[in-house]
Design a binder for this molecule. Structure first.
Ligand code: ACM
Ligand code: ZN
Length: 484
């Protein structure tokens, strides 16, 4: 399969297909590109790419490592070759990633994107040596997962009947149905497509906040009983799951049970961000749960903070018992952290630093460097409407995921990712525009050893990558060189 990929990549550049065949024992072919497993390479994802006068050889400890060697060779070719012959310098490249977790996220709730586009997105992750696709599948504005046990999530929760027009607070709504969800078969298809490219799909179910699509479908899972609406606005909303309601907790376990049948990922993301406590404070069921579980205020946290911890810990127990681990946004630090949780730091790096100091594994996705829904330039007058912020390519490149940690604590940093929230991103072309070329800067944060990072050199190399984006029909930001 790796060889077939390589043949396809060469065909994209050269317009002819290299034949693929298995190499006979002891054969040392000339005028060939040879892919070989080599157990002397230390890193699971490492590779060696050797170019001599006669042949090219890509060696990896694993097939995944070879795949990254193939990506390097692919990116060393012209995007569109002008003749049938190209020259590569004779060289040996020994390469390996800095981090084992290298992800990009996509929110398909605020706006929904078809499976065909999700596959193109995964292709882009592969081009940038990433190994994880974080799929944000549920939120206030739409539930995007087919559920066999809770069909109203699809009948009701996957469609909102109106969407705010323009910037949040405009007071104007389009009064048009907007929705969609992925069938279980489609999600399995995406998992398989990603796996062929050595990419794990990390699914996220956001709990216990960001659940208005659930409450609209099953109002009994909310503290007040509703009525609720699949959310037409962007933001953070007071109505969240009722943790005191055992049925709602059963729902959490049932949905996670369905999810792990679709997604083989060792990690399951259970959200945990932006869950206001206001309903829990006055809900008799939630207050009873607090009393029954002996949840107490203290240490800077309220009893209601600990109620959220109770929910996260129950989800963790359920998943741990089935061989899976949880990831949660950094708010899961507020209260009692689920003991085996990996923390995804988004409110800057502080949460990640705190978690690593506590001995938890960490993924850095700070909104200072990794929020690709932010503008790419300070000069926004010609930019499509964005949520705000300013995150140029250079700022992404600057992220140092282990800053502020000792060497020992830094071992808990599994890697980094960027997030693409789509409140203001309604089309695939706009997704591409926000993603590229910032994705290339993120890729170097994830892959490249700090002493080898060099922004000036990156700026030169990214131009070559942009030729690939252009060739493959992707829309991309041209702020770096004012390219058109
Ligand atoms: C987040 O941006 N609410 C994780
Ligand atoms: Zn409640």
């Amino acid at each position: 399969r790796n060889a077939e990929f390589l043949s396809e990549y060469v065909a994209q550049s050269m317009n002819f297909a290299l034949p693929v065949r298995e190499q006979a024992e002891g054969e040392a072919p000339e005028h060939a590109i040879t892919l070989v497993l080599d157990s002397t390479i230390n890193n699971e994802e490492g590779y060696r790419l050797s170019v001599t006068e006669k042949s090219i050889r890509i060696e990896g400890r694993t097939e995944q490592g070879i795949f990254y060697g193939i990506q390097t060779l692919r990116k060393s070719l012209p995007a569109v070759a002008e003749s049938k012959s190209i020259l590569l310098p004779a060289a040996v490249v020994n390469d390996e990633p800095r981090f084992t977790y290298r992800a990009m996220h996509l929110d398909v709730c605020r706006h929904f994107f078809p499976v065909e586009f999700v596959k193109k997105y995964i292709d882009l992750l592969a081009l940038h040596n990433m190994n994880t696709f974080h799929w944000h599948l549920t939120d206030d504005q739409g539930w995007r997962i087919e559920s066999k046990k809770y069909p109203k999530l699809n009948e009701i929760g996957s469609v909102r009947h109106r969407t705010v027009v323009g910037y949040l607070g405009s007071g104007e709504y389009d009064n048009t149905d907007y929705g969609g969800y992925y069938t279980q078969e489609q999600m399995k298809e995406v998992v398989a497509y990603a796996a062929e490219r050595y990419i794990n799909v990390l699914p996220e179910i956001d709990l216990p906040g960001h659940t208005l699509s659930v409450l609209a479908s099953y109002p009994e899972f909310g503290c007040t009983g509703g009525p609720y609406e699949v959310c037409p606005d962007w933001g953070v909303f007071p109505d969240v799951l009722c943790i005191g309601n055992e049925q709602a907790m059963q729902f959490v376990e049932d949905i996670l049970g369905e999810l792990i049948e679709i997604f083989p990922s060792r990690y399951i993301h259970i959200g945990g961000d932006e869950a206001p406590r206001v309903r829990w404070k006055t809900c008799p069921k939630c207050q009873k749960r607090i009393a029954d579980e002996g949840l107490k205020a203290g240490g800077g946290f309220t009893a209601e903070d600990r109620l959220q911890s109770y929910c996260m810990q129950r989800a963790e127990r359920f998943l741990n018992a089935r061989g899976r681990s949880i990831i949660g946004w950094d708010e899961i630090l507020n209260g009692d952290v689920a003991p085996n949780a990996t923390v995804m730091s988004w409110q800057g790096s502080a949460g990640g630093i705190k978690a690593a100091q506590m001995g938890h594994d960490v993924i850095m996705a700070p909104n200072t460097h990794c929020y690709f829904d932010f503008y790419q330039t300070a000069d926004t007058k010609d930019e499509p409407l964005a949520i705000g912020g300013c995150l140029p390519v250079s700022k992404v490149y600057e992220l140092e995921p282990t800053a502020g940690l000792t060497e020992e604590q830094a071992k808990h940093v599994l890697g980094a990712q960027a997030n693409l929230w789509t409140e203001y991103i309604a089309t695939t072309e706009h997704v591409e525009y926000m993603l590229l070329p910032r994705l290339a800067a993120l890729a170097e944060v994830q892959w490249t050893a700090p002493d080898k990072k060099d922004y000036k050199k990156f700026e030169k190399r990214v131009v070559h990558l942009m030729e690939f984006y252009r060739r493959d029909g992707f829309n991309f930001g041209k702020h770096l060189y004012n390219l058109h």
